[in-house]
Write a protein that binds this ligand. Structure first.
Ligand code: PHE
Length: 366
C-alpha cells in the first residue's frame, strides 16, 4: 500500500492504537512500503531523484504527521471514555471514619501552650522518674521537712546513687529515685540548664499515692516559672489573670489570692477564681463563690541559690496548677477517675477532633 490516499484513509480509519501501529509499521517500518520507496532513490538517475526525492520525503512527512494526529485523537477519545465511566464522589464520607479523639488533658495542654506562648513562655519538660534532690531538697524541702511526708511519694525500691561533680546536687549527695510528686522539679532543671531571663511552662504527669473521686495516683500539672530582674507579685497576678481570662474565655474574671505556704515560694499564695452556680451549673466569672485553681508565689531565694544564681540579682514567680481539674472546670466532667479509664464512649463524648487545634484567634477552646 503505497498510494498516499489509501494510506491516509487507513490511518484515519484505524479504530485503536494497535491497528494504527500496524499501519505505521506497514508504511514506515524497516520493511514498510514508504521505506521501500525511499530506498529506490539511490538507484535513480540524478535528474529523476531531484524530483522524486522531495516528493517521497513529503509523502513520508505527511504519513508521519497523520499517524501522530490519529494517535492523539485516539488517546483523547480513550481519556474521555475513562472520564465518562469512572467517578469519584469526593463528598462521600471517608470510610472507615476517624475513630480516635484527642484526650481533654492533651487538648488543655495544647491550650496552655498556646496561651502562654503568646505571653513569651516556652514549653519545658523534665523526667517523671526524678530524684529527691530535684523533687524536694533543691525546692527547700529538706529531708526532715513535714512537706515530704505530705506528698505521698512513690519511691523506687532500687536505683538512686551518689551525685557526681556537675550542675545540680552537690558532689556526694545521696539520691533516691522517685516518681515526681509535682512539676516543680522542672523549675530546678530549667534554672540549672539555662541562664535567666527564664519564662517557661512545664506541663506533664505527676504521681502521688492517693485515690478517690477527685484524686488519681497519676495526674497532670502545669508549672510556670519566670526568673528575671525586678520581678514582683504584680507580674504574677497579671500573668495569672491574663491566663485565666484566655483559658475560660471570660473577661469578667476575679482572682482571689489567699496567703498560703509552700517551702519553695515566699510569699506564697493560693489562687481562687470567682464563679457562680446558677441553676446548678458552674460558670466562671463574678465573685459569688470561689474555686481554688492553683498554688503560686515568689520563688524562694534559697531555691534560686540552689540553682547557682544570685538571689539578690534574680527574682521570679512560680505557679503550679492541676491540669485535670482545669479540664473538668472548663468542659464539665465530674469524675476524675473516668479520665484514665480508657472508656471509648467517654473519649468519644469528651474528646476533641484532631482538627480542633486550639488557637487564640479561634478562641482557645475552638
Ligand atoms: N508544686 C506545688 C504543688 O504541687 C504547686 C506550686 C508550684 C506552688 C509552684 C507554688 C509554686 O502543690
Amino acid at each position: 500500500m503505497t498510494d498516499p490516499t489509501d494510506l491516509l484513509a487507513a490511518i484515519a480509519a484505524a479504530p485503536d492504537l494497535a491497528t494504527l501501529d500496524a499501519v505505521r509499521v506497514a508504511a514506515l517500518g524497516k520493511a514498510g512500503s514508504v521505506t521501500a520507496l525511499m530506498k529506490t532513490l539511490g538507484a535513480m538517475a540524478p535528474d529523476v531523484r531531484l524530483i522524486e526525492g522531495p516528493r517521497l520525503n513529503a509523502l513520508r512527512e505527511t504519513v508521519t504527521a497523520a499517524i501522530h494526529q490519529r494517535k492523539s485523537d485516539l488517546d483523547a477519545a480513550a481519556l474521555d471514555a475513562r472520564l465518562a465511566s469512572e467517578r469519584i464522589d469526593l463528598t462521600l464520607p471517608v470510610s472507615p471514619g476517624p475513630a480516635g479523639t484527642i484526650h481533654p488533658v492533651s487538648q488543655v495542654m495544647d491550650e496552655l501552650a498556646e496561651i502562654f506562648a503568646d505571653l513569651g513562655f516556652a514549653v519545658a519538660d523534665g523526667p517523671e522518674i526524678e530524684d529527691d534532690w530535684h523533687n524536694f531538697t533543691a525546692l527547700n524541702i529538706p529531708e526532715t521537712h513535714p512537706a515530704r511526708a505530705m506528698h505521698d511519694t512513690f519511691y523506687m525500691a532500687q536505683g538512686g546513687g551518689v551525685a557526681d561533680e556537675g550542675a545540680g546536687p552537690p558532689r556526694g549527695t545521696v539520691l533516691r529515685h522517685l516518681l515526681r510528686t509535682h512539676t516543680s522539679p522542672v523549675q530546678i532543671r530549667t534554672m540549672l540548664k539555662q541562664p535567666p531571663p527564664i519564662r517557661i511552662i512545664a506541663p506533664g504527669r505527676t504521681y502521688r499515692s492517693d485515690s478517690d473521686a477527685t484524686h488519681t495516683p497519676m495526674f497532670h500539672q502545669v508549672e510556670g516559672l519566670v526568673i528575671d530582674r525586678g520581678i514582683h507579685m504584680g507580674h504574677l497576678k497579671w500573668t495569672l489573670e491574663t491566663f485565666v481570662k484566655a483559658f475560660f474565655e471570660v473577661d469578667d474574671v476575679t482572682l482571689r489570692l489567699r496567703p498560703s505556704y509552700f517551702p519553695f515560694t515566699e510569699p506564697s499564695v493560693e489562687v481562687d477564681v470567682g464563679c457562680s452556680w446558677a441553676g446548678g451549673t458552674l460558670s466562671i466569672g463574678g465573685a459569688e463563690s470561689w474555686l481554688e485553681i492553683l498554688g503560686s508565689g515568689m520563688v524562694h531565694p534559697r531555691v534560686i541559690a540552689a540553682c547557682g544564681l544570685d538571689p539578690d540579682e534574680w527574682q521570679g514567680f512560680a505557679f503550679g496548677c492541676g491540669i485535670d481539674r482545669l479540664a473538668m472546670l472548663k468542659y464539665g466532667m465530674t469524675d476524675l477517675r473516668a479520665f484514665f479509664d480508657g472508656d471509648a464512649r467517654w473519649l468519644r463524648h469528651y474528646g476533641f477532633k484532631a482538627t480542633d487545634v486550639p488557637t487564640l484567634s479561634g478562641g482557645v477552646g475552638a
